[in-house]
Ligand binder design. Sequence first.
Ligand SMILES: Cc1ncc(C[n+]2csc(CCOP(=O)(O)OP(=O)(O)O)c2C)c(N)n1
Ligand SMILES: [Mg+2]
Length: 421
Amino acid sequence: MTVESTAARTPRSAGSGSKRAAKTVSAKKDSAPGRGTPRGKSTARGKGGAAGSGEPELVQLLTPEGVRVENAAYDSYVADLTPDDLRALYRDMVITRRFDAEAVTLQRQGELGLWPSLLGQEAAQVGSGRATRESDHVFPTYREHGVAWCKGVDPTLLLGMFRGVNNGGWDPNTNGFQLYTIVIGSQTLHATGYAMGVAYDGADSAVVAYLGDGATSQGDVAEAFTFSAVYNAPVVFFCQNNQWAISEPTEKQSRVPLYQRAQGYGFPGVRVDGNDVLACLAVTKWALERARAGEGPALIEAFTYRMGAHTTSDDPTRYRRDEEREAWEAKDPIKRLRAFLESEGHADEGFFAELEAESETLGKRVRDVVRTMPDPDAMSIFENVYADGHALVDEERAEFAAYEASFADEPVNAATGGEAK
Ligand SMILES: Cc1ncc(C[n+]2csc(CCOP(=O)(O)OP(=O)(O)O)c2C)c(N)n1
Ligand SMILES: [Mg+2]
């Protein structure tokens, strides 16, 4: 298979009178750097380009300043977005960011043991999440709070695991959103196996496996790429390259841009502006459509930035510079969509004020729910280990029950408030 550059980022002066909600800026035809169309072709393709020009091109539909730019290959995937749809994408990102900030604060107050913030990655998650259909199945890492939101998982359910009161907190089958996975890269294999099953069933759905830049160094990911390619599995690997794997920068993980890895496995790879919600939506729709059409896997590298710490246990000031963060602040995903909505007259002050109030209400709900989460029954750890019973689990359950029961006879010390000594 060949990889061809199809980048077609072609700005010119703003047009007017477009019927589309998302007005575009287009360039003279002959200045378009790319070619080809993503629709219905099985050709491996990507944004290779950039011979001698440093960073490769990425698919971008909305500049950091909020100007819509034309992209011949991907425009059609967002052409039907109405002003309502655009406001909904904005709402998703704002709500997601507000929820995330609340979780960070709750961790700081001792209500959660740990929290991996998604700050800065809202567009990558909302764009890709909204590209999925209800029947599509998602395999997240531990940071996909925005995708969970898009799949309809109640945000408060995400917090139980980080409070240590359950091992996941939601049923993966209810919303097509698997449990969070901490073992880096392992979910790409789960997703591939699931996608192979989807193909065997002949189901009209696809699978999205989320992974980080660091995860691409895992053997599991290499195996997932191999299996998905040879089995032509309907899985989209959505890699959020947030530039860091804890304190390890991407350049120490790969000699080539990550999306180019796909070429060696025989499927297309595309780098997209991960802070551009429209571009993430368009590229993921493209990849999901071809997966559902039996054209196999694709790798999307969403080029973005982790604005916060790796988790609340991490201090990024020890390994990265303020200037780097500041440069990415100028590319903020929420600010750029707001600028676009305002310049197009798609949203007024009333909309933003209402959204602010809605976010505050969610914040309060999250606080209330977390603080009143009941402690789990000690024996519940044995539930959901296997779908059916298992002799070893039964044995361990009995052993633990006996251990717990051994405390029953211990004398209670009234002076310590009833605590046994
Ligand atoms: C198999 C495995 N090795 C190491 C770790 C420790 N670890 C937790 S997060 C992380 C970095 C992951 O980076 P990346 O894939 O870029 O995802 P990000 O956290 O940036 O979203 C590592 C090494 C782990 N959880 N699992
Ligand atoms: Mg990373």
